[in-house]
Design a protein around this ligand. Structure first.
Ligand SMILES: Nc1ncnc2c1ncn2[C@@H]1O[C@H](COP(=O)(O)OP(=O)(O)OP(=O)(O)O)[C@@H](O)[C@H]1O
Ligand SMILES: [Mg+2]
Length: 293
């Protein structure tokens, strides 16, 4: 199928649902701005637009805006408790913004009907920060859950897919075990397997390597890169692990005080001139703001 790039001008006019036209040349609406060639850059897949979110008096997101382009891996870094998990929960409608909005594939998530939201969620794999497995189900059933819910595969196909994704996360032969029998790191990898089993267009990874040993972390990083390069998956990865961030990110955004402090390429973040970003990236204990001390 021909690759479709949306024209941002059309996007603004909310006419982007004309996917069937298969736009491979600039559309008429943007003929006037032909020189900027916006139609040939990857389209924005996920857009946070000035999102505010508070829990009671606690303001978490305070004007969070971020664009994630099709096919890229956006890494979100930031101190614990700054709202990274809160931010990505807006993508699947687990949380609704108090102000601002979120788009996925040109669909405004907070405005979707329950049915459309379920359809959207079917395209998104979510690797939760805390594996979120069902203790009463064995690993095979945990991984197969989404596939069964979708209802378009036979039990034999499901069994094969479960074995395939467990292999991918380096956990062969755990199908019959229960979550309590696995280590925290293994449970995390099962969560990852469950997300990729659905072959989603998007994957949201919330701290996929936290608590894993360096070798397993490297394997998971490799897997995330493979999902992007081979399957064209668009991802957001939340991590504190800068080594992993530099390995998997096409771009990195730092969330600080409810907003994006800086977003840029791996090199831009690695060599950031922003003191707050540098402090985080270098893992320094505290910001020394008192000269001479
Ligand atoms: N459902 C909720 N109800 C009330 N407060 C919440 C809720 N979810 C998150 N919070 C609060 O929002 C703030 C941000 O939480 P969040 O989990 O997004 O942080 P984080 O950046 O992901 O941190 P970490 O790196 O530790 O995972 C925290 O103070 C948290 O207690
Ligand atoms: Mg979190």
């Amino acid at each position: 199928m021909t690759r479709v790039f949306f024209c941002p001008n059309l996007r603004q006019k909310s006419l982007t649902n004309i996917t069937s036209l298969m736009l491979i040349v600039p559309c008429l609406a943007c003929f006037s701005c032909f020189s900027c060639l916006p139609c040939f850059s990857p389209s924005v897949s996920i857009l946070f637009d000035n999102v505010h979110k508070a829990f009671g008096p606690k303001k978490v997101l305070q004007g969070f805006s971020l664009e994630v382009k099709e096919g890229e891996t956006m890494v979100i870094i930031g101190y614990s408790g700054t709202g990274k998990s809160v931010a990505i929960k807006h993508i699947v409608g687990l949380l609704l913004p108090d102000q601002g909005t979120v788009f996925v594939d040109d669909q405004e998530v907070p405005k979707l009907s329950r049915r459309d939201l379920y359809e959207l969620r079917a395209k998104i794999g979510y690797v939760f920060q805390f594996a979120a497995l069902f203790d009463s189900m064995n690993i095979a059933d945990n991984v197969a859950m989404g596939l069964r819910k979708r209802g378009n595969m036979s039990e034999a196909q499901i069994r094969d897919r479960v074995a395939e994704v467990l292999d991918l996360v380096d956990l062969p032969n755990v199908q019959d075990k229960f979550p309590a029998e696995l280590s925290g790191g293994m449970r995390k990898r099962v969560g990852l397997a469950r997300a990729i089993a659905l072959r989603p267009s998007y994957i949201l990874y919330d701290e996929p390597t936290t608590g894993l040993d360096p070798v397993t972390s490297a394997v998971i990083d490799q897997l995330m890169v493979r999902m992007r390069d081979r399957l064209g998956v668009t991802s957001i990865v939340i991590t504190h692990d800068m080594r992993s961030a530099f390995r998997v990110g096409t771009r990195i955004a730092m969330l600080y005080e409810g907003k994006v402090r800086q977003v840029g390429s791996v090199d831009e973040i690695r060599n950031s001139g922003d003191e707050i970003v540098r402090q985080f990236v270098e893992g320094r204990a505290e910001l020394d703001t008192t000269a001479g001390v």
